[in-house]
Design a protein around this ligand. Structure first.
Ligand code: HEM
Length: 647
């Protein structure tokens, strides 16, 4: 089935469903067009989706929080007892005779003690959960952060969460006292899909799985993956060329979602989703499961814990069916891989990379480690989800950031023309695509994926002088850290130069001292950070060198909605147009490359042909694996990957 229609359409239609071009009623009052200091309006609207009626209800709830903040209710963080007795104290102080004034003085002294005691307690924002839901959850958290600062408690009836938006407190939780915290709520939410995979796992299981999986992402593997990224970018190029030729807009979130799925399928378990050009039940099953994971992470009542409802509620039944399809597919892939490992009889050495199948699954099976099929399935499912949604979101928001920035596009293009021309980038080239990489980093600052990290304290701790009880749920509000006006100059502006000279180190939680966490930090830091950066840089470079992108004229405004990552509400509709000087650049490249690895030749074929061309001669990764061996140590060190330091 040809899937291009799913994301290449006239902007008024998404997945075949007509979309009202007019903004929904009430949207305009709610729209927050973020004004940058240069006066440029970011096409960003904070909105909730839903029918008009639903929308109004949410609007009221969201505004309610704004009203309460405006009223100063949240700013008064002192003692309630002191506040309540203040009018009485004032009245008594007016007593002309004397006893009233003595009492007023006594009350003032007690009030002072109450205030001092209150200052030692963490500020608490009490409210109704409905004031938070119905909008991207990090938006109200940001508003409350502006009132309370780096640490406060968010309390809804019996439930409460500590919200952290301070770099040093974040560092303590993630790095210096990381042993005192678990994934808590996140493990509970993700159990149905990831089981004891790396993201939700804690304790001994986490330690042993991390020790087993991290070595599979070794240098040769990453270098081989860069080749795969280039092949997939060529297929994407072909899809965009067709859209450009037909003058159609492309829904880029869908496009990047499929792009990233194709890559992660091959990279993790050698499965050809080929979702940029086809659709099949496994792809549908993956998306059903992903959406369910997001639904569960934002739903208020976990009704799915009541077993019979799993079979009675249609969406839960669909999810069970999807999980079964994925589980069967993974079982087949595992069995196939085991057969291959037995047949090839290759010695398992450090940096093992199978020529026939360089996937992480192959590494894990070849390592000979005894693990249950269930654990292996959990590991693969975790890597599939962790490496897919995040990268797709990063690329989507990067393109949203650059679509109205011809100055940035020109700089990326100049760098790409100079470094790789029309070739696919090799591993060494990525080192020199430094401005392109900074654009990815800046987009990750503006749109952190995920926008909130979740933890639970395993033992009492003290954060910024406040006592934390065992079992306390904590949100680390990455969005707040990344957009804080106290921590960043012009925080809402897309400025890839803000991290200093391009020759300097790539920005991360260490260089930015935990005010920027593109991949988390400490012992639970992302294991796929280099994979993801190289993938995103390759895609950005290879698409920008070919196309100009402009916002589709009649498309809905770009707005955010919460999932595990930040999604667009109505898609990101862009019109790709071949860059004006494309022919000239091609001729120049053809003359220079003379029989080299010309991307132009491949990308002009149909996607299926591009895929076939990329795998001509067996595995397209063979040559890359060989080339990887030659990559210098200084290259890896430049990416913060000195031998051993990345584990
Ligand atoms: C741009 C893309 C990506 C982003 C923004 C991202 C972000 C993150 C973040 C912030 C964490 C820390 C979560 C926490 O502390 O609670 C994390 C963990 C993780 N990521 Fe990524 N990630 C990306 C790509 C990938 C890829 C490609 C893979 C695998 C190939 C991957 C695998 C993982 C795993 C397994 C963990 C859990 C590590 C542990 O708990 O030990 N990620 N990621």
């Amino acid at each position: 089935m040809d899937t291009s229609a799913l994301f290449v359409q006239k902007p008024g239609h998404i997945s075949g469903q007509p979309v009202h071009r007019k903004k929904p009623a009430g949207l305009s009052q709610r729209s927050r067009r973020l004004q940058t200091s240069q006066g440029r309006q970011e096409r960003l609207v904070v909105a909730a989706i839903g029918s008009e009626g639903k929308d109004k209800a949410k609007l009221k709830l969201g505004e309610n929080l704004d009203d309460r903040i405006m009223s100063g209710e949240f700013s008064d963080v002192g003692s309630t007892k002191e506040r309540l007795t203040r009018p009485l104290r004032k009245l008594l102080a007016q007593d002309p005779i004397g006893p009233g004034r003595v009492l007023a003085l006594a009350l003032a002294r007690v009030g002072q003690r109450w205030r001092t005691a209150a200052a030692r307690r963490m500020p608490v924002a009490r409210g109704d959960i409905r004031e938070i839901i119905g909008q991207p959850v990090f938006i109200p958290l940001f508003k409350l952060y502006q009132v309370y600062g780096g640490i406060f408690k968010l309390s809804f009836g019996p439930k409460n969460f500590v919200v952290v938006s301070d770099p040093q407190i974040t560092k303590q939780i993630l790095l210096t006292n990381a042993g005192a915290y678990s994934k808590g709520l996140l493990s509970e939410i993700l159990d149905f899909v990831m089981g004891t995979g790396l993201i939700p796992a804690d304790g001994q299981i986490w330690r042993s799985r991390r020790r087993a999986i991290v070595p599979s992402l070794h240098k040769k593997y990453i270098a081989a993956m860069v080749e795969l990224f280039g092949d997939c970018a060529l297929r994407g190029t072909a899809v965009l060329e067709r859209a450009a030729a037909e003058g159609k807009a492309v829904e880029m979130e869908n496009f990047f979602s499929r792009f990233a799925l194709d890559i992660i399928g091959k990279a993790v378990f050698n499965y050809e989703f080929d979702s940029l050009t086809t659709d099949d039940p496994v792809i549908q099953a993956v998306y059903t499961t992903l959406r369910e994971a997001e639904y569960r992470s934002t739903a208020f009542i976990p009704y799915w814990n009541i077993k019979p409802l799993l079979y009675l509620v249609p969406r839960q039944r669909r999810c069970l069916e999807a999980l079964q399809i994925i589980s069967d597919t993974l079982d087949e892939l595992i069995a196939k891989c085991k057969r291959l490992v037995e047949e090839e009889d290759e010695e398992f050495v450090e940096e093992f990379l199978s020529q026939a199948d360089p996937s992480i699954l192959h590494f894990l099976v070849a390592s000979g480690e005894e693990i249950t099929s269930k654990q292996l399935r959990d590991d693969l499912m975790t890597l599939l989800i962790a490496g897919h949604e995040t990268t797709a979101a990063v690329l989507t928001w990067t393109f949203s950031c650059i679509a109205d920035r011809p100055d940035v596009v020109a700089r990326i293009r100049e760098e790409v023309d100079r470094v790789i021309g029309d070739r696919k980038p090799g591993i060494e080239d990525i080192r020199n695509l430094r401005f392109t990489a900074r654009c990815i980093a800046e987009s990750q600052r503006l749109y952190p994926q995920p926008p909130v990290l979740i933890r639970r304290s395993l033992e009492p701790d003290t954060l910024a002088g406040f006592e934390i009880q065992e079992g306390q749920d904590i949100f680390i509000a990455t969005w707040n850290l990344h957009r804080s006006p106290q921590l960043w100059d012009r925080p809402d502006e897309f400025d890839p130069d803000r991290f200093g000279p391009l020759e300097g180190p790539a920005p991360n939680e260490v260089t930015e001292d935990f005010k920027c966490l593109p991949f988390g930090g400490g012992k639970r830091k992302c294991i796929g950070d280099q994979f993801a950066i190289f993938e995103s840089v390759t895609a950005l470079a290879m698409l920008v060198r070919r196309f100009d992108f402009a916002f589709a004229p009649d498309a809905p405004p770009v707005s955010m909605t919460t999932g595990a990552t930040i999604h667009t509400t109505n898609g990101l509709w862009l019109c790709p147009k071949p860059r004006a000087d494309l022919e000239e650049v091609r001729q120049r490249e053809a003359a220079a490359a003379q029989g080299g690895n010309s991307a132009a030749a491949v990308a002009h074929e149909e996607p299926a042909a591009a895929g076939a061309a990329s795998s001509a001669g067996g595995c397209p990764l063979q040559t890359a694996a060989a080339a990887a061996a030659a990559v210098s140590a200084s290259f890896w060190a430049a990416w913060g990957w000195a031998d051993g330091s990345w584990m």
